[in-house]
Design a protein around this ligand. Structure first.
Ligand code: GLN
Length: 306
């Protein structure tokens, strides 16, 4: 596979979509980013990395961090991760990523770890396991990406905290059901910091390599059991793009996780991990050009999981 040539063609296909979406503005600091940006990277399972466009420009990972926090909780639980699944489900929600509506009827158990409520539970667990969830996430992402310069974006974290009433409401509501182990202010603070980490398409594609290598890191050491990596990929496929996960599976056919910074990571087990970035979002919070690019990538290569 000539990845570079495929990526050039994918980028040319996605270009017209770049200005179709809207940059997220409900976190004011995210609005600073130009809607014109587009980058895509592929990291194959042997460590080769290819990229096109703005693939080395850092952006706010936002909800893409939810994949990595789940992986880190599983890795830190040393096989005893089943406890997390008593506190969070694995069904698509069919509601927006920051919705409150299901939580009351479902006794404070979020539908899945990739909506905000579920990610707050995972962050809470990570806080218990590590004593410092967001710093553990930063170190984990530095290790997996091989980029020791990764950092939090303080302006984004502050902006999220200032406009964080909805996430605070989700956390308080779950606490009322006894589904948080740590105080609400600490859980939401670590969650905002983890969302604010800045990474490029290159960093994210490389960091997500263990999902394509059935749980193995780039150096061959084991981060997760193969069945754990499989489970993360399964939940990405069904829940990783919020209430558009069905449409995304239909169009792209890959496990994927998006974030409102405009990034999407996608996994082709046994082959490679991709990351695409373009800040213009659709109404569900997924990058318009990013989805178009991944759609075209699987069309050109025939590499969906189906
Ligand atoms: N930090 C964002 C929030 O909590 C993440 C949402 C997202 O990327 N979908 O609202």
């Amino acid at each position: 596979m000539d990845y570079q040539a495929v990526l050039e063609e994918v980028a040319a296909h996605a270009r017209p979509y770049v200005r179709q979406g809207r940059v997220a503005d409900y976190i004011p600091a995210l609005e600073r980013v130009s809607a014109d940006r587009f980058g895509i990277a592929v990291a194959d399972i042997n460590g080769e990395v290819y990229g096109v466009g703005d693939w080395e420009t850092p952006f706010s990972v936002q909800s893409i961090s939810k994949t990595f926090s789940l992986a880190l909780v599983m890795a830190q639980s040393h096989g005893g991760h089943d406890s997390i699944w008593r506190r969070v489900g694995r069904e698509p929600s069919g509601t927006p990523f920051n919705s409150l509506v299901q939580l009351e009827a479902e006794n404070g158990i979020p539908r899945n770890p990739f909506i905000n409520a579920g990610a707050l539970v995972v962050t809470d667990r990570l806080q218990t396991l590590t004593g410092d969830a967001s710093t553990s996430m930063l170190h984990f992402l530095r290790e997996e990406s091989g980029n020791q310069d990764l950092a939090f974006d303080q302006a984004v974290a502050d902006s999220e905290a200032e406009h964080g009433d909805r996430n605070a409401a989700l956390a308080h509501f779950m606490a009322a059901f006894g589904n948080l182990e740590n105080p609400v202010p600490s859980v939401i603070e670590h969650y905002f910091w983890q969302c604010s980490i800045e990474m490029s398409c290159r960093d994210l594609a490389v960091a997500g390599g263990f999902l394509a290598r059935h749980g193995l890191r780039a150096d061959g050491s084991r981060l997760l059991e193969a069945r754990e990596a499989k489970r993360i990929n399964a939940v990405m496929l069904t829940c990783g793009t919020y209430d558009a996960a069905g449409e995304f599976a239909y169009r792209v056919g890959l496990p994927a996780k998006s974030g409102v910074g405009g990034g999407i990571i996608a996994v082709i087990p046994g082959r490679c991990t991709l990351c695409v970035w373009s800040p213009g979002l659709d109404a569900r919070g997924n990058s318009v050009a990013g989805a178009a690019a991944l759609d075209h990538f699987t069309t050109l290569t025939g590499w969906s999981v189906f």
